[in-house]
Design a protein around this ligand. Structure first.
Ligand code: MN
Length: 482
Protein backbone atom coordinates (compact mmCIF):
# COMPACT_ATOMS: atom_id res chain seq x y z
CA UNK A 1 0.00 0.00 0.00
CA UNK A 2 1.46 3.38 -0.89
CA UNK A 3 2.12 5.74 2.01
CA UNK A 4 0.21 9.03 1.84
CA UNK A 5 3.35 10.97 0.91
CA UNK A 6 3.74 8.88 -2.24
CA UNK A 7 0.34 9.82 -3.50
CA UNK A 8 0.06 12.50 -6.15
CA UNK A 9 -0.83 15.95 -4.85
CA UNK A 10 -4.19 16.13 -6.63
CA UNK A 11 -5.28 13.06 -4.69
CA UNK A 12 -4.91 14.98 -1.41
CA UNK A 13 -6.70 17.94 -2.84
CA UNK A 14 -9.55 15.75 -4.08
CA UNK A 15 -9.86 14.07 -0.73
CA UNK A 16 -10.00 17.34 1.23
CA UNK A 17 -12.47 18.75 -1.24
CA UNK A 18 -14.68 15.71 -0.76
CA UNK A 19 -14.48 16.14 3.02
CA UNK A 20 -15.37 19.82 2.77
CA UNK A 21 -18.28 19.10 0.43
CA UNK A 22 -19.58 16.48 2.82
CA UNK A 23 -19.40 18.98 5.67
CA UNK A 24 -21.34 21.48 3.55
CA UNK A 25 -24.02 18.87 2.90
CA UNK A 26 -24.33 18.31 6.65
CA UNK A 27 -24.73 22.05 7.14
CA UNK A 28 -27.49 22.23 4.54
CA UNK A 29 -29.19 19.22 6.10
CA UNK A 30 -29.23 20.96 9.50
CA UNK A 31 -30.75 24.07 7.93
CA UNK A 32 -33.40 21.98 6.13
CA UNK A 33 -34.30 20.25 9.37
CA UNK A 34 -34.42 23.36 11.59
CA UNK A 35 -35.95 25.77 9.11
CA UNK A 36 -37.66 23.82 6.34
CA UNK A 37 -39.22 26.94 4.83
CA UNK A 38 -35.91 28.66 4.14
CA UNK A 39 -34.15 28.50 0.82
CA UNK A 40 -30.62 27.09 1.15
CA UNK A 41 -29.36 28.52 -2.16
CA UNK A 42 -27.80 31.49 -0.38
CA UNK A 43 -25.72 29.26 1.88
CA UNK A 44 -24.54 27.14 -1.04
CA UNK A 45 -23.66 30.23 -3.07
CA UNK A 46 -21.77 31.76 -0.11
CA UNK A 47 -19.82 28.53 0.24
CA UNK A 48 -18.80 28.65 -3.41
CA UNK A 49 -17.59 32.24 -3.09
CA UNK A 50 -15.73 31.50 0.14
CA UNK A 51 -14.10 28.44 -1.43
CA UNK A 52 -13.04 30.53 -4.41
CA UNK A 53 -11.72 33.50 -2.42
CA UNK A 54 -9.94 31.60 0.36
CA UNK A 55 -8.67 28.94 -2.06
CA UNK A 56 -4.98 29.09 -1.23
CA UNK A 57 -5.25 30.00 2.44
CA UNK A 58 -4.44 27.61 5.25
CA UNK A 59 -5.18 27.74 8.96
CA UNK A 60 -2.26 27.45 11.42
CA UNK A 61 -3.41 23.87 11.91
CA UNK A 62 -2.61 23.19 8.24
CA UNK A 63 -6.27 22.75 7.37
CA UNK A 64 -7.76 24.67 4.45
CA UNK A 65 -9.14 28.02 5.63
CA UNK A 66 -12.58 26.90 4.51
CA UNK A 67 -12.79 24.47 7.45
CA UNK A 68 -12.92 27.44 9.84
CA UNK A 69 -15.81 29.02 7.95
CA UNK A 70 -17.72 25.75 7.78
CA UNK A 71 -17.24 25.02 11.48
CA UNK A 72 -18.37 28.52 12.48
CA UNK A 73 -21.49 28.03 10.36
CA UNK A 74 -22.08 24.62 11.99
CA UNK A 75 -21.92 26.12 15.49
CA UNK A 76 -24.64 28.57 14.43
CA UNK A 77 -26.68 25.88 12.65
CA UNK A 78 -26.64 23.89 15.89
CA UNK A 79 -28.25 26.94 17.53
CA UNK A 80 -30.93 26.65 14.85
CA UNK A 81 -30.14 30.03 13.32
CA UNK A 82 -31.43 31.06 9.92
CA UNK A 83 -29.98 30.92 6.40
CA UNK A 84 -28.99 34.61 6.56
CA UNK A 85 -26.79 34.00 9.60
CA UNK A 86 -25.19 30.89 8.10
CA UNK A 87 -24.48 32.81 4.89
CA UNK A 88 -22.84 35.61 6.85
CA UNK A 89 -20.82 33.05 8.81
CA UNK A 90 -19.39 31.59 5.61
CA UNK A 91 -18.49 35.07 4.37
CA UNK A 92 -17.33 36.57 7.66
CA UNK A 93 -13.63 36.69 6.72
CA UNK A 94 -14.02 37.31 3.01
CA UNK A 95 -13.85 41.13 3.02
CA UNK A 96 -10.94 41.32 5.42
CA UNK A 97 -8.81 38.47 4.09
CA UNK A 98 -9.56 38.53 0.39
CA UNK A 99 -10.64 42.10 -0.35
CA UNK A 100 -14.10 41.14 -1.46
CA UNK A 101 -16.05 44.36 -0.88
CA UNK A 102 -19.22 44.59 1.20
CA UNK A 103 -20.97 46.20 -1.76
CA UNK A 104 -20.59 42.98 -3.75
CA UNK A 105 -21.97 40.95 -0.87
CA UNK A 106 -24.94 43.29 -0.80
CA UNK A 107 -25.43 42.93 -4.57
CA UNK A 108 -25.49 39.14 -4.36
CA UNK A 109 -27.00 38.39 -0.98
CA UNK A 110 -28.96 41.48 -0.02
CA UNK A 111 -28.55 44.12 2.61
CA UNK A 112 -29.10 41.88 5.62
CA UNK A 113 -26.20 39.54 4.96
CA UNK A 114 -24.04 42.54 4.01
CA UNK A 115 -24.79 44.25 7.32
CA UNK A 116 -23.99 41.13 9.30
CA UNK A 117 -20.67 40.61 7.55
CA UNK A 118 -19.83 44.29 7.93
CA UNK A 119 -20.64 44.17 11.64
CA UNK A 120 -18.44 41.14 12.23
CA UNK A 121 -15.61 42.63 10.17
CA UNK A 122 -15.74 45.93 12.06
CA UNK A 123 -15.39 44.21 15.41
CA UNK A 124 -12.19 42.57 14.26
CA UNK A 125 -10.69 45.48 12.38
CA UNK A 126 -9.11 47.41 15.22
CA UNK A 127 -5.75 45.72 15.37
CA UNK A 128 -3.76 48.91 14.79
CA UNK A 129 -4.60 50.43 18.14
CA UNK A 130 -2.96 50.04 21.53
CA UNK A 131 -4.10 46.82 23.20
CA UNK A 132 -6.20 48.41 25.93
CA UNK A 133 -7.82 50.97 23.66
CA UNK A 134 -8.28 48.36 20.99
CA UNK A 135 -10.08 46.02 23.34
CA UNK A 136 -12.33 48.74 24.70
CA UNK A 137 -13.11 49.93 21.22
CA UNK A 138 -13.82 46.36 20.08
CA UNK A 139 -16.28 45.88 22.87
CA UNK A 140 -17.98 49.15 22.14
CA UNK A 141 -18.37 48.18 18.49
CA UNK A 142 -19.65 44.80 19.45
CA UNK A 143 -22.26 46.23 21.77
CA UNK A 144 -23.35 48.69 19.10
CA UNK A 145 -23.63 45.94 16.53
CA UNK A 146 -25.54 43.79 18.97
CA UNK A 147 -28.17 46.43 19.52
CA UNK A 148 -28.83 46.62 15.79
CA UNK A 149 -28.83 42.91 15.18
CA UNK A 150 -27.83 40.39 17.82
CA UNK A 151 -26.88 37.92 15.08
CA UNK A 152 -23.66 39.90 14.53
CA UNK A 153 -22.56 38.95 18.01
CA UNK A 154 -23.72 35.38 17.60
CA UNK A 155 -21.48 35.05 14.53
CA UNK A 156 -18.61 36.70 16.41
CA UNK A 157 -19.07 34.34 19.37
CA UNK A 158 -19.14 31.32 17.08
CA UNK A 159 -15.99 32.63 15.35
CA UNK A 160 -14.25 33.01 18.72
CA UNK A 161 -15.42 29.59 19.86
CA UNK A 162 -13.91 27.85 16.86
CA UNK A 163 -10.71 29.85 17.20
CA UNK A 164 -10.49 28.79 20.85
CA UNK A 165 -11.07 25.16 19.89
CA UNK A 166 -8.10 25.34 17.53
CA UNK A 167 -5.88 27.55 19.71
CA UNK A 168 -3.27 24.84 20.25
CA UNK A 169 -1.78 25.60 16.84
CA UNK A 170 -0.88 29.19 17.72
CA UNK A 171 2.25 30.40 19.50
CA UNK A 172 2.07 30.76 23.32
CA UNK A 173 1.98 34.58 23.43
CA UNK A 174 -1.03 34.63 21.11
CA UNK A 175 -2.72 31.86 23.06
CA UNK A 176 -2.41 33.94 26.23
CA UNK A 177 -3.70 37.15 24.68
CA UNK A 178 -6.66 35.50 22.98
CA UNK A 179 -7.60 33.45 26.05
CA UNK A 180 -7.46 36.52 28.30
CA UNK A 181 -9.72 38.44 25.94
CA UNK A 182 -12.08 35.48 25.72
CA UNK A 183 -12.35 35.15 29.47
CA UNK A 184 -12.71 38.90 30.10
CA UNK A 185 -15.03 39.83 27.28
CA UNK A 186 -16.51 37.04 25.17
CA UNK A 187 -17.48 34.55 27.89
CA UNK A 188 -19.22 37.26 29.98
CA UNK A 189 -21.09 38.49 26.92
CA UNK A 190 -22.25 34.94 26.21
CA UNK A 191 -23.32 34.77 29.86
CA UNK A 192 -25.24 38.03 29.68
CA UNK A 193 -26.98 36.75 26.56
CA UNK A 194 -27.91 33.62 28.50
CA UNK A 195 -25.92 31.26 26.26
CA UNK A 196 -24.89 28.74 28.90
CA UNK A 197 -23.27 26.15 26.65
CA UNK A 198 -21.10 28.61 24.68
CA UNK A 199 -20.10 30.42 27.84
CA UNK A 200 -19.02 27.20 29.57
CA UNK A 201 -16.87 26.07 26.67
CA UNK A 202 -15.23 29.49 26.22
CA UNK A 203 -14.40 29.61 29.92
CA UNK A 204 -12.96 26.12 30.12
CA UNK A 205 -10.83 26.60 27.01
CA UNK A 206 -9.46 29.96 28.26
CA UNK A 207 -8.77 28.49 31.69
CA UNK A 208 -6.76 25.70 30.10
CA UNK A 209 -4.36 28.18 28.44
CA UNK A 210 -4.25 30.85 31.14
CA UNK A 211 -3.65 28.57 34.12
CA UNK A 212 -2.50 25.26 32.67
CA UNK A 213 -1.29 23.87 36.02
CA UNK A 214 -4.51 24.54 37.92
CA UNK A 215 -6.49 23.35 34.93
CA UNK A 216 -4.67 20.03 34.67
CA UNK A 217 -4.72 19.41 38.44
CA UNK A 218 -8.45 20.06 38.67
CA UNK A 219 -9.16 18.06 35.53
CA UNK A 220 -7.28 15.11 37.01
CA UNK A 221 -9.07 15.40 40.33
CA UNK A 222 -12.45 15.45 38.64
CA UNK A 223 -11.70 12.64 36.21
CA UNK A 224 -10.24 10.44 39.00
CA UNK A 225 -13.57 10.69 40.77
CA UNK A 226 -15.64 10.36 37.62
CA UNK A 227 -16.46 6.64 38.09
CA UNK A 228 -17.67 7.24 41.67
CA UNK A 229 -19.68 10.28 40.57
CA UNK A 230 -21.21 8.32 37.73
CA UNK A 231 -22.47 5.58 40.05
CA UNK A 232 -23.74 8.18 42.52
CA UNK A 233 -25.62 10.14 39.86
CA UNK A 234 -27.18 6.99 38.39
CA UNK A 235 -28.36 5.95 41.82
CA UNK A 236 -30.03 9.27 42.67
CA UNK A 237 -31.51 9.53 39.18
CA UNK A 238 -33.06 6.11 39.66
CA UNK A 239 -34.66 7.25 42.91
CA UNK A 240 -35.88 10.51 41.40
CA UNK A 241 -37.30 8.76 38.34
CA UNK A 242 -39.37 6.27 40.29
CA UNK A 243 -40.68 8.87 42.75
CA UNK A 244 -41.72 11.18 39.92
CA UNK A 245 -43.54 8.32 38.18
CA UNK A 246 -45.28 7.50 41.47
CA UNK A 247 -46.48 11.10 41.64
CA UNK A 248 -47.35 11.20 37.90
CA UNK A 249 -45.00 14.05 37.12
CA UNK A 250 -43.65 13.67 33.59
CA UNK A 251 -39.93 14.42 33.40
CA UNK A 252 -36.67 13.79 31.63
CA UNK A 253 -33.54 13.62 33.75
CA UNK A 254 -30.07 14.80 32.97
CA UNK A 255 -26.91 14.55 35.06
CA UNK A 256 -24.28 17.24 34.92
CA UNK A 257 -20.87 17.78 36.46
CA UNK A 258 -19.91 21.41 36.96
CA UNK A 259 -17.60 23.01 34.35
CA UNK A 260 -13.92 23.19 35.32
CA UNK A 261 -13.58 26.95 35.26
CA UNK A 262 -16.68 27.67 37.32
CA UNK A 263 -15.56 24.94 39.71
CA UNK A 264 -12.13 26.54 39.97
CA UNK A 265 -13.65 29.95 40.65
CA UNK A 266 -15.86 28.56 43.35
CA UNK A 267 -13.03 26.70 45.06
CA UNK A 268 -10.93 29.89 45.00
CA UNK A 269 -13.73 32.08 46.28
CA UNK A 270 -14.86 29.79 49.05
CA UNK A 271 -11.42 28.42 49.87
CA UNK A 272 -12.87 24.96 49.91
CA UNK A 273 -11.97 21.60 48.48
CA UNK A 274 -13.75 19.90 45.62
CA UNK A 275 -15.87 17.79 47.95
CA UNK A 276 -17.36 20.82 49.66
CA UNK A 277 -18.67 22.37 46.47
CA UNK A 278 -22.39 21.72 46.86
CA UNK A 279 -23.24 21.90 43.20
CA UNK A 280 -20.31 19.92 41.81
CA UNK A 281 -22.87 17.25 40.93
CA UNK A 282 -26.33 18.10 39.74
CA UNK A 283 -29.39 16.37 38.38
CA UNK A 284 -31.67 18.30 36.07
CA UNK A 285 -35.34 17.53 36.13
CA UNK A 286 -36.91 18.76 32.91
CA UNK A 287 -40.67 18.71 33.01
CA UNK A 288 -43.70 20.05 31.17
CA UNK A 289 -45.03 23.02 33.14
CA UNK A 290 -44.31 25.46 35.94
CA UNK A 291 -46.82 23.66 38.09
CA UNK A 292 -44.95 20.39 37.61
CA UNK A 293 -41.69 22.15 38.58
CA UNK A 294 -43.04 23.07 42.00
CA UNK A 295 -44.64 19.65 42.37
CA UNK A 296 -41.30 18.00 41.55
CA UNK A 297 -39.60 20.23 44.11
CA UNK A 298 -42.02 18.95 46.75
CA UNK A 299 -41.15 15.39 45.78
CA UNK A 300 -37.39 16.12 46.08
CA UNK A 301 -37.76 17.57 49.55
CA UNK A 302 -39.87 14.62 50.51
CA UNK A 303 -37.14 12.15 49.53
CA UNK A 304 -34.18 14.10 50.89
CA UNK A 305 -33.71 16.78 53.49
CA UNK A 306 -32.76 20.07 51.79
CA UNK A 307 -29.58 21.87 52.83
CA UNK A 308 -30.71 25.12 54.53
CA UNK A 309 -30.14 28.33 52.60
CA UNK A 310 -29.54 26.55 49.31
CA UNK A 311 -33.00 26.78 47.77
CA UNK A 312 -33.41 29.33 44.99
CA UNK A 313 -36.55 30.12 43.07
CA UNK A 314 -35.33 31.51 39.76
CA UNK A 315 -38.73 30.78 38.25
CA UNK A 316 -40.50 33.43 40.30
CA UNK A 317 -37.43 35.64 40.04
CA UNK A 318 -35.60 35.05 36.77
CA UNK A 319 -31.96 36.05 36.59
CA UNK A 320 -31.08 39.13 34.52
CA UNK A 321 -30.17 36.91 31.55
CA UNK A 322 -33.65 35.35 31.78
CA UNK A 323 -32.40 32.06 33.24
CA UNK A 324 -35.18 30.23 35.07
CA UNK A 325 -35.07 27.12 37.25
CA UNK A 326 -35.65 25.93 40.78
CA UNK A 327 -32.40 25.06 42.56
CA UNK A 328 -32.16 23.05 45.72
CA UNK A 329 -29.32 21.17 47.35
CA UNK A 330 -30.04 17.88 49.10
CA UNK A 331 -27.95 15.25 50.84
CA UNK A 332 -27.83 11.63 49.76
CA UNK A 333 -25.74 9.33 51.96
CA UNK A 334 -23.65 12.26 53.12
CA UNK A 335 -22.94 13.60 49.64
CA UNK A 336 -24.57 16.90 48.71
CA UNK A 337 -25.84 17.44 45.18
CA UNK A 338 -27.99 20.01 43.47
CA UNK A 339 -31.33 19.43 41.81
CA UNK A 340 -32.26 21.89 39.06
CA UNK A 341 -35.90 21.80 38.05
CA UNK A 342 -37.20 23.50 34.92
CA UNK A 343 -39.55 23.21 31.96
CA UNK A 344 -38.32 22.28 28.46
CA UNK A 345 -38.65 25.91 27.41
CA UNK A 346 -36.58 27.10 30.39
CA UNK A 347 -34.02 24.43 29.60
CA UNK A 348 -33.59 25.69 26.06
CA UNK A 349 -33.21 29.25 27.27
CA UNK A 350 -30.64 28.15 29.86
CA UNK A 351 -28.53 26.49 27.19
CA UNK A 352 -28.99 28.71 24.15
CA UNK A 353 -30.07 32.05 25.60
CA UNK A 354 -30.85 34.76 23.13
CA UNK A 355 -30.32 32.33 20.25
CA UNK A 356 -33.22 30.18 21.46
CA UNK A 357 -35.68 32.96 21.04
CA UNK A 358 -34.30 34.77 18.13
CA UNK A 359 -37.11 35.29 15.68
CA UNK A 360 -38.59 37.56 13.07
CA UNK A 361 -41.44 39.93 13.55
CA UNK A 362 -42.75 41.62 10.39
CA UNK A 363 -39.58 40.77 8.51
CA UNK A 364 -37.36 42.40 11.15
CA UNK A 365 -35.48 40.78 14.00
CA UNK A 366 -37.70 41.02 17.07
CA UNK A 367 -35.68 41.94 20.08
CA UNK A 368 -37.22 45.15 21.38
CA UNK A 369 -38.57 43.49 24.47
CA UNK A 370 -35.57 41.43 25.30
CA UNK A 371 -33.98 42.68 28.50
CA UNK A 372 -30.75 40.92 27.61
CA UNK A 373 -30.43 43.35 24.71
CA UNK A 374 -31.81 46.30 26.65
CA UNK A 375 -28.90 45.95 29.01
CA UNK A 376 -26.51 46.45 26.08
CA UNK A 377 -28.33 49.55 24.98
CA UNK A 378 -27.97 51.10 28.41
CA UNK A 379 -24.34 50.20 28.62
CA UNK A 380 -23.63 51.96 25.34
CA UNK A 381 -25.57 55.01 26.37
CA UNK A 382 -23.57 55.13 29.52
CA UNK A 383 -20.22 54.39 27.87
CA UNK A 384 -20.58 57.44 25.66
CA UNK A 385 -20.03 59.60 28.74
CA UNK A 386 -16.61 58.08 29.31
CA UNK A 387 -13.40 59.21 27.74
CA UNK A 388 -10.79 56.77 29.02
CA UNK A 389 -10.93 53.40 27.26
CA UNK A 390 -9.32 51.79 30.30
CA UNK A 391 -12.05 53.07 32.55
CA UNK A 392 -14.65 51.78 30.17
CA UNK A 393 -13.08 48.31 30.23
CA UNK A 394 -12.72 48.02 33.98
CA UNK A 395 -16.29 49.13 34.58
CA UNK A 396 -17.49 46.91 31.79
CA UNK A 397 -16.04 43.95 33.64
CA UNK A 398 -18.12 44.89 36.68
CA UNK A 399 -21.19 45.28 34.51
CA UNK A 400 -20.61 41.97 32.81
CA UNK A 401 -20.48 40.11 36.10
CA UNK A 402 -23.00 41.95 38.19
CA UNK A 403 -23.89 41.21 41.75
CA UNK A 404 -27.58 40.57 41.70
CA UNK A 405 -29.49 42.43 44.35
CA UNK A 406 -33.20 42.17 44.91
CA UNK A 407 -35.13 44.74 46.88
CA UNK A 408 -38.77 44.89 47.83
CA UNK A 409 -41.00 47.93 47.86
CA UNK A 410 -43.48 48.33 50.73
CA UNK A 411 -46.20 47.13 48.37
CA UNK A 412 -44.28 43.96 47.75
CA UNK A 413 -42.97 44.61 44.26
CA UNK A 414 -39.60 43.08 43.50
CA UNK A 415 -36.86 45.39 42.29
CA UNK A 416 -34.02 43.61 40.62
CA UNK A 417 -30.89 45.73 40.65
CA UNK A 418 -28.31 44.12 38.41
CA UNK A 419 -25.48 46.58 39.03
CA UNK A 420 -24.61 49.88 40.56
CA UNK A 421 -24.01 51.82 37.37
CA UNK A 422 -26.17 54.84 37.11
CA UNK A 423 -27.59 54.00 33.72
CA UNK A 424 -28.27 50.36 34.49
CA UNK A 425 -29.63 51.05 37.94
CA UNK A 426 -31.96 53.67 36.57
CA UNK A 427 -33.11 51.30 33.88
CA UNK A 428 -33.49 48.39 36.26
CA UNK A 429 -35.73 50.36 38.52
CA UNK A 430 -37.49 51.89 35.56
CA UNK A 431 -38.26 48.54 34.05
CA UNK A 432 -39.20 46.97 37.37
CA UNK A 433 -41.79 49.65 37.82
CA UNK A 434 -42.41 50.26 34.16
CA UNK A 435 -46.12 50.72 33.94
CA UNK A 436 -47.02 52.62 37.09
CA UNK A 437 -44.44 55.37 37.25
CA UNK A 438 -45.16 56.13 40.86
CA UNK A 439 -43.60 58.73 43.05
CA UNK A 440 -41.76 56.02 44.93
CA UNK A 441 -40.10 54.93 41.72
CA UNK A 442 -39.05 58.46 40.91
CA UNK A 443 -37.50 59.04 44.29
CA UNK A 444 -35.82 55.64 44.10
CA UNK A 445 -34.25 56.62 40.81
CA UNK A 446 -33.13 59.88 42.33
CA UNK A 447 -31.51 58.16 45.23
CA UNK A 448 -29.72 55.61 43.08
CA UNK A 449 -28.45 58.31 40.78
CA UNK A 450 -27.14 60.41 43.65
CA UNK A 451 -25.37 57.50 45.21
CA UNK A 452 -24.03 56.18 41.96
CA UNK A 453 -22.02 59.35 41.51
CA UNK A 454 -19.46 57.73 43.76
CA UNK A 455 -19.81 54.25 42.34
CA UNK A 456 -16.80 52.72 43.98
CA UNK A 457 -17.42 53.80 47.54
CA UNK A 458 -21.11 53.08 47.16
CA UNK A 459 -20.19 49.65 45.86
CA UNK A 460 -17.84 48.63 48.60
CA UNK A 461 -19.95 50.28 51.24
CA UNK A 462 -23.13 48.44 50.57
CA UNK A 463 -23.79 46.52 47.41
CA UNK A 464 -20.83 44.33 46.89
CA UNK A 465 -20.70 43.00 50.41
CA UNK A 466 -24.20 41.81 49.79
CA UNK A 467 -23.19 38.21 50.24
CA UNK A 468 -21.90 38.78 53.76
CA UNK A 469 -24.55 41.16 54.95
CA UNK A 470 -27.36 40.57 52.55
CA UNK A 471 -30.15 41.08 55.04
CA UNK A 472 -28.66 44.28 56.39
CA UNK A 473 -27.81 45.52 52.91
CA UNK A 474 -31.30 44.88 51.68
CA UNK A 475 -32.81 46.70 54.65
CA UNK A 476 -30.53 49.64 53.97
CA UNK A 477 -31.44 49.58 50.32
CA UNK A 478 -35.10 49.32 51.08
CA UNK A 479 -34.85 52.38 53.26
CA UNK A 480 -33.14 54.29 50.50
CA UNK A 481 -35.49 53.16 47.79
CA UNK A 482 -38.85 53.25 49.43
MN1 MN B 1 -12.89 34.00 11.54
Amino acid sequence: MPSPSNLPLHFHRDRTERELDARLDELLAKLRKNRPSEDPWMVRRAYEIAAERHRDQLRSSGDPYLTHLLEVAHILADMRLDATTLTAALLHDVTEDTEFPISRIEERFGVEVARLVEGVTKIGRLNMMAPEARQAENVRKMLLAMVNDVRVVLVKLADRLHNMRTLEYLEPAKQQRISRETLDIYAPIAHRLGMGIVRGELEDLSFRYLEPESFLALQKEVSDKAPVHKIFLEEVQGTIRSKLVENSIPAELEARVKGLYSLHRKIMRQERGLEQVYDLLAVRVITDSERSCYAALGVMHHIWRPVPGRFKDYIAMARPNLYQSLHTTVLHSGQPFEVQIRTQEMHRIAEEGVAAHWKYKDGKPAQEDDQRITWMRQLIEWSQELEEPGEFLSTLKVDLAPVEVYAFTPKGRVLELPSLRRATARAAIGSALRSPRTRAAKSAIGSICRNAKKPRRWASGCWRRKRATSAAALRKLQKKIC
